[in-house]
Design a protein around this ligand. Structure first.
Ligand code: PXP
Length: 248
């Protein structure tokens, strides 16, 4: 068991989803981000989708300006999104697939199949000092592709692990463990995310190579019942417990 503290990146997309359901200003994802900082989050994650279905451009501007935490800007590898990232210079940019043809069969970015499209965009982000990560499946071919693209970080997609049950889930967890260990040997920093909840986070947080988890939907949903800060604090406690950190 690793004792190194794992970072919690709080994804505020679905605070914006609720706001947008009424088209006004409440609840404000930037306020959620500021409170997340007080509750012990290490970073804020927000996905500016091409259709602006939750986070909008003004949210990104305010997250960068008003929130005292590093922003992980999730984005499709389009020229529009690269230009926005270069304008705001977030701490990190995580490239995610938005269209079907950009995905692997299991849902992560097809970094191997999209090399020629991704290479110049990754390079432009890196040249601007933005830490680039690629949201990929826990698959050796995709890890090698991340190295070939010069991405320093990968975020391994935990969606399948979270959806599966029984032996299939155990097998997927093993695939995540193996990919995390491979990150270690390839010199890639390993993050994970998607679908994580109180019920499934500990096994993932216990993988020693994992440096950061990005979690959103469950935290926003749980906040309805126990409050936003409490929702985050409990997740933080479970992550610390998985790392054998006192008080977790
Ligand atoms: N990481 C990435 C790359 C994502 O795109 C998302 C949101 O889909 C998350 C993490 C957070 O996932 P969730 O909202 O299921 O916790």
């Amino acid at each position: 068991m690793s004792t190194r503290r794992i970072r919690l990146g709080v994804n505020v997309d679905h605070v914006a989803t609720v706001r947008n359901a009424r088209g006004g200003h409440h609840p404000d994802p930037v306020r959620a981000a500021a409170l997340a900082a007080e509750a012990g989050a290490d970073g804020i994650t927000a996905h500016l989708r091409e259709d602006r279905r939750h986070i909008v451009d003004a949210d990104i501007e305010r997250l960068v300006r008003e929130v005292p935490l590093p922003l992980n800007f999730e984005m499709a590898a389009t020229d529009e999104m690269v230009a926005i990232a270069l304008r705001h210079k977030p701490h990190a940019a995580c490239i995610v697939p938005e269209r079907r043809e950009e995905r692997t069969t299991e849902g992560g970015l097809d970094a191997a199949g999209q090399h020629n499209h991704l290479a110049p965009r990754v390079a432009r982000l890196r040249e601007a000092g933005i830490r680039v990560s690629l949201f990929i499946e826990p698959d050796r071919r995709q890890l090698d592709a991340a190295v070939a693209l010069g991405a320093p970080v990968v975020e391994l997609h935990t969606g399948r692990y979270c959806e599966l049950e029984g032996g299939a889930r155990t097998a997927e967890l093993e695939r995540l463990r193996k990919a995390a260990a491979t990150c270690g040997t390839l010199g890639l920093e390993c993050h994970m995310g998607h679908g994580l909840s109180y019920d499934n986070v500990e096994a993932v947080a216990a993988i020693p190579e994992v440096m950061e988890l990005n979690i959103g939907h469950f935290l926003v949903g749980e906040a309805i019942f126990i409050g936003w800060k409490e929702s985050l604090t409990h997740m933080r406690r479970l992550m610390d417990k998985a790392r054998g950190i006192n008080g977790g």
